[in-house]
Design a protein around this ligand. Structure first.
Ligand SMILES: [Zn+2]
Ligand SMILES: [Zn+2]
Length: 360
């Protein structure tokens, strides 16, 4: 079928809306008409080096139009959120950890199906897609069944897209991995969309101290409205010193959403004994480094992908919290019509919005 997709024609370039051809879903695939898609930092990161032509986008939500012959979990008309895909048969998938699937990178970042084909083509030539199980910068998506999560039809799809990656990542890092007990302390580095999701999750978990660290004063002010009890503007103050004042014996938990080496070092050193650091940001730094004494007294540094979520279980729970008004993330989203994708990306890069959402 003919669809419209935002095609990345050269790495590092902008996106161009093009009429592309989308194959019918195969037996284990689902055709989804996209209603909204968030734009995530990972899209911007991959747009700088992903082999082109390509269609990115991985925070899609929409309505199922057709399903492959072996699909049983959704049917045409169902409302769905989309998330990462996984093989479903490796030991990690079978034990409920698909975010750590042995085939995760090949399936989510390979640009093609495992057999080398792509559902997308332009002027008869294949286009790289299947990005994180979907490639949602398009009016329609052929997603794997494992990337699709049926959701409550009463929830407005406009704000659902970002739940599949950024919000799941931030909230899941807290709810699924760090699991802070009531009364504990946490510092969240980076108050963008992922950080805000972590802050709300920490507040819901009953953390008595929720410190947000960022360089953007407006984001820090917003963080307070989501449950941060303290804020640290590291552009004007020494964040390590400020954090020591907030938690003199160190934090029980810290979470880094920035992926910056200097920030990670500050985060780990802000921990108290037995403290845990969740690393969830993919950022500019290739390495992390800190003094070995920083982790000697029982501290743990753990990487977290996709909030360590089983999307089919976790996303409906997160959306229940959203529907109940306890996870009010729609407040930080700015909607843009699909055609204005490049403007949305520019605004996101400039920090004018915490979360850009394309609507169709
Ligand atoms: Zn697997
Ligand atoms: Zn993402």
């Amino acid at each position: 079928m003919r669809i419209t997709a935002a095609v990345l024609e050269t790495s590092g370039g902008s996106f161009a809306l093009r009429e592309t051809e989308l194959e019918e879903p195969r037996p284990d695939e689902v055709l989804v008409r996209v209603s909204s898609t968030g734009i995530c930092g990972t899209d911007l990161e991959f747009a700088t080096f992903f082999p082109t032509p390509a269609v990115l986008g991985h925070e899609g939500a929409g309505v199922v139009e057709r399903v492959g012959s072996r699909v049983t979990s959704v049917a045409p008309g169902d409302h769905v959120a989309m998330s990462f895909t996984s093989c479903g048969t490796c030991p990690l998938c079978l034990t409920g950890s698909p975010a750590y699937c042995r085939s995760f990178d090949a399936l989510n970042f390979g640009g093609r199906r495992p057999d080398g084909s792509s559902a997308l083509s332009l002027d008869g030539a294949p286009v790289n897609g299947h990005f994180l199980g979907q490639s949602s910068f398009a009016t329609h998506v052929v997603a794997t069944e494992r990337a699709v999560v049926p959701i409550d039809r009463n929830i407005d799809l406009t704000h659902v897209g970002p739940f599949g990656c950024g919000l799941q990542t931030g909230a899941g890092g807290v709810f699924n991995v760090l699991r802070p007990s009531p009364g504990s302390s946490i510092a969240v580095f980076g108050a963008g969309a992922v950080g805000v999701a972590a802050i709300i999750a920490a507040a819901i978990s009953g953390c008595s101290v929720v410190a947000a660290v960022d360089v953007n004063a407006a984001k820090l002010e917003a963080a307070r409205s989501y449950g941060a009890t303290h804020t640290v503007d590291s552009s004007v103050s020494d964040s390590a010193e400020a954090l020591r004042e907030i938690a003199p014996h160190g934090f029980d938990f810290v979470i880094d959403t920035t992926g910056r080496q200097d920030v990670l070092r500050t985060a780990v050193e802000a921990l108290g004994p037995l403290g845990r650091c969740g690393v969830i940001g993919v950022g500019p730094s290739q390495e992390m480094s800190f003094d070995w004494r920083s982790i000697l007294n029982g501290r743990t540094v753990t990487g977290i992908i996709g909030g360590s979520s089983l999307p089919q279980v976790f996303l409906p729970r997160l959306l229940d919290l959203y529907a109940a008004g306890r996870f009010p993330v729609d407040r930080m989203m700015t909607s843009y019509p699909f055609e204005r994708i490049n403007e949305a990306i520019a605004d996101l890069r400039a920090g004018k919005t915490a979360k850009a959402v394309l609507t169709f």
